[in-house]
Design a protein. Structure first.
Ligand SMILES: [Zn+2]
Length: 319
């Protein structure tokens, strides 16, 4: 009897604020449409500045070197400050993955994994495009999602050992497979941002390009929906292009090999379309020239972020 009275009293107290909040905050139950995901606040200027600061601040970050480990620590500290649960996982002594996790709400057992490498090829110095850009877009995505109540769990992952054969991502993907983690999709970023639009003469090298794993045909329609119908980006081989089965080769291959669905973003169709690919002058200055000016590089970075952010949101909304 006392219990029942207390329950009634509590429900009366609780009912009032809930009734008031019902129309004001539908997001309390999690997003229902793409419009419920807040538009990312990070600007293209901030994104390119971030690439510059990271790539010039950690030159020669070759896997296993002290500089590379300093980059690991910097990434871990920055994403931790955003409120994520952060781990630095070490495999075989030298391989590392920085992982940042935010639990989902009603579908927390399913995971969206975002990833890219932060190590450098021997022979490069700053490695701004390959892969300061992927490193930073992951951070910008983590920042954009930091306060969003997603249905599914988000894991952001930064790898070393990519230039020696996607070694750290291979370990992480195999570990997830062994533990039976339900990966909804892996979203990969390597050499992104010289995308759409670019200034000057546009050729078949230019694109904001997206690929998916060989067996993930269903992602073609999802990418088209998000990029063309929701974001209203222009479709075209030299504009924003859903390319089909992945012909690029980076950390997403580790996840595809482990049997998980994958997606990949890149700006420019092939790695060698970027003139300083794996060369010493891979800098923001070179990227700016190739993009046809700083404003185009900034827009390309921001458009790539929006493409990936809303694709992840569309995956998060699936039943
Ligand atoms: Zn790369």
């Amino acid at each position: 009897m006392r219990t029942r009275t207390l329950a009634l009293a509590l429900s009366a107290v609780v009912a009032l604020p809930l009734a008031g909040a019902a129309t004001a905050a539908p997001a309390a139950k999690g997003p229902k449409t793409l419009r419920d995901y807040p538009v990312p606040a990070v600007s293209g200027t901030q994104m390119v500045d971030g690439v510059q600061a990271f790539s010039a601040g950690h030159p020669l970050r070759i896997t296993g070197t002290p500089v590379q480990r300093q980059a690991t620590d910097a990434i871990a500290a920055e994403v931790k400050a955003l409120g994520y649960s952060v781990e630095v996982v070490t495999y075989k002594g030298v391989l590392q993955a920085v992982t940042a996790t935010k639990k989902g709400t009603d579908k927390a057992a399913e995971v969206l994994v975002f990833g890219g490498h932060f190590d450098n090829m021997v022979g490069t110095i700053e490695g701004a495009y390959d892969n300061g850009t992927g490193t930073r877009i992951l951070m910008d995505l983590a920042r954009s999602y930091a306060k969003v109540k997603t249905h599914r769990t988000l894991v952001f992952s930064w790898y070393n050992g990519e230039e020696e054969g996607a070694l750290a991502s291979d370990e992480m993907a195999k570990d997830y497979k062994a533990r039976g983690v339900k990966v909804k999709a892996y979203l990969g970023f390597d050499m992104v941002g010289i995308a759409w639009p670019v200034g000057g003469t546009v050729s078949d090298k230019n694109c904001l390009c997206m690929w998916r794993g060989a067996r993930d045909e269903a992602f073609d329609a999802l990418l088209a929906d998000v990029n063309y119908r929701y974001l209203k980006f222009p479709a075209g081989k030299q504009l924003v292009s859903v390319e089909g089965s992945n012909v690029r080769n980076s950390d997403e291959a580790s996840w595809a090999d482990a049997g998980f669905p994958t997606l990949r973003w890149a700006g420019m169709r092939k790695a060698r379309d970027y003139p300083q690919y794996h060369l010493p002058q891979d800098t923001v200055a070179t990227m700016t020239t190739v993009a046809g000016g700083r404003e185009f590089l900034e827009k390309g970075m921001r458009n790539t972020l929006l493409s990936a952010y809303y694709t992840a949101a569309a995956l998060d909304l699936q039943k």
